[in-house]
Design a binder for this molecule. Structure first.
Ligand code: NDP
Ligand code: AKG
Length: 424
């Protein structure tokens, strides 16, 4: 039996949650002890200090991380988060989920994630650029097109990926677009990447509503988080004919049972930057949004928002996890016992982003670019395959949908590790 020494580094609720999910899945497929530990623990992590000269001439030191959870099946892949509550444990949990997600979708990647403790709203554009470039500078020896390929996540965007790609390219001496994905189109970004995560969430919601015999034009939808993922999900679902009755950002939520004009909300956000004071409906809290009577509830912001406390009061038919890790294991148990809510687990639900990142990487390596239609057609085909595999696994073993998705993802990573062998 292998001996595991758990680093206190990772000691956080969200990392414990990812470990509990892993343990349940590993038990369900009787994963042998020795391979279990190798599969579970992050391969390596890097913590860096990032000195940034602020506009007022002072220097602020930010703290950043990159955790590479698995590199057994290919270079590691995953976004970079800029948020004031980032911890290394959270980044490690997110990296672990990336491993299972890439594996479930059959992508030739391991999982990684990065983070910086910062509220990007507090920085000027100049300060944000310096921080982004400094982060990449510190990562130069640890990332690369065949090593680890970052992408956007919460608090980061195309522009930040552009700066990071430029910093890496200047270092190696030639343009290296495949080092990051989610870049601007002019720097080798892929058609469809900006909307990919939301488009994928909406596509899967439509498919699961169809399985439930609920016409999409009768569905009402509440979405927590109106950033890249939340707003693109809302726009795609509205285009399918669903009624979006609530949206939110960190300043609060807006509820309108008659339906919110999503294009209007997106336009409002472009100049106001926050939804507060948007006149598309009545203001409510983020907590109230989660308990609204709706067909589809979509958490698209942070982890651990659906808990043992509010799970008994959810009033949705479908819970689509656009965010990573929005549902705690205690809430999962309650939802299972209730039996009236279908759940699309995060590793499947939000996988559209990394799938199109994979397409972007392929296009960069080949220097041959695809149309938006080609990208979306290929994306939806991959989501169909992943959904079908999850449903087969669920029925075969009588698992809930999270367990089905996680066991598929974990088993493939463990199998690859076993096949590569264990060197002394
Ligand atoms: N970007 C991607 O391609 C992918 C992202 N994800 C996951 O999707 C989720 C959202 O990411 P993304 O859309 O990229 O991030 P963004 O930064 O673009 O948007 C995040 C949204 O969540 C809101 N938010 C932040 N804190 C809170 C809070 N406490 N309560 C309610 N809303 C809050 C933000 O509000 P405000 O703008 O006012 O701060 C913003 O509307 C994350 O869990 C991420 O890991 C998953 C797969 C891919
Ligand atoms: O696009 C990517 O590479 C990763 C996206 C991501 O961070 C995620 O799926 O959580």
């Amino acid at each position: 039996m292998s001996k595991v020494i758990i680093s206190p580094l990772y000691d956080s609720e969200v990392f414990k949650m990812a470990c509990r999910q892993f343990d349940q899945a590993a038990d369900a497929i009787s994963l042998p002890e020795a391979i279990r530990d190798r599969t579970k623990w992050p391969r390596r992590c890097l913590a860096v200090s990032l000195p940034v000269k602020m506009d007022n001439g002072t220097v602020t030191i930010f703290e950043g991380y990159r955790v590479q959870h698995s590199i057994s099946t290919g270079p590691s892949k995953g976004g970079i988060r800029f948020h004031e509550n980032v911890t290394i444990g959270e980044v490690a949990a997110l990296a672990m989920w990336m491993s299972w997600k890439c594996s479930l979708l059959g992508l030739p990647y391991g999982g990684a994630k990065g983070g910086v403790i910062v509220n990007p709203r507090d920085l000027s554009p100049n300060e944000l650029e310096h921080l982004s470039r400094r982060y990449m500078q510190e990562m130069i020896n640890f990332v690369g097109p065949q090593l680890d390929i970052p992408a956007p996540d919460l608090g980061t965007n195309e522009q930040i990926m552009g700066w990071m790609m430029d910093t890496y390219s200047n270092h190696v001496g030639y343009i290296a677009p495949a080092v990051v994905t989610g870049k601007p189109l002019s720097l080798g970004g892929s058609q469809g990447r900006r909307e990919a995560t939301g488009a994928g969430v909406a596509y899967l919601v439509k498919a699961y509503l169809q399985d439930l015999n609920i016409p999409i034009n009768t569905a009402t939808v509440a979405i927590q988080g109106f950033g890249n993922v939340g707003s693109e999900t809302a726009a795609a679902l509205a285009a399918y004919g669903a009624k979006i009755i609530a949206i939110s950002d960190y300043t609060g939520a807006i509820h309108n049972p008659a339906g919110i004009d999503i294009a209007n909300a997106q336009e409002y956000l472009r100049y106001a930057r926050v939804l507060k004071d948007f006149h598309g409906g009545e203001p409510i809290t983020n907590e109230q949004l989660l308990e609204l009577d709706c067909t589809v509830l979509i958490p698209a912001a942070l982890e651990r928002v659906i808990t043992a406390d509010n799970a008994p009061r959810l009033r949705c038919r479908l819970l689509a996890e656009a965010a990573n890790g929005p549902t705690t294991p205690e809430a999962d148990r309650i939802i299972d016992q209730r039996g009236d809510i279908e759940l699309i687990p995060d590793v499947l639900c939000n996988s559209g982003g990394v799938v199109v990142s994979y397409f972007e990487w392929l296009q960069n390596l080949q220097n041959f670019y695809w149309s938006r239609d080609e990208v979306l057609t290929k994306l939806f085909a991959m989501l169909d395959r992943a959904k079908a595999s999850v449903e087969t696994q669920r029925k075969k073993f009588q698992f809930n949908r999270r367990l089905a998705a996680l066991t598929l993802g974990i088993a493939r990573v463990a199998d690859a590790k076993q096949s590569r062998g264990l060197f002394p």
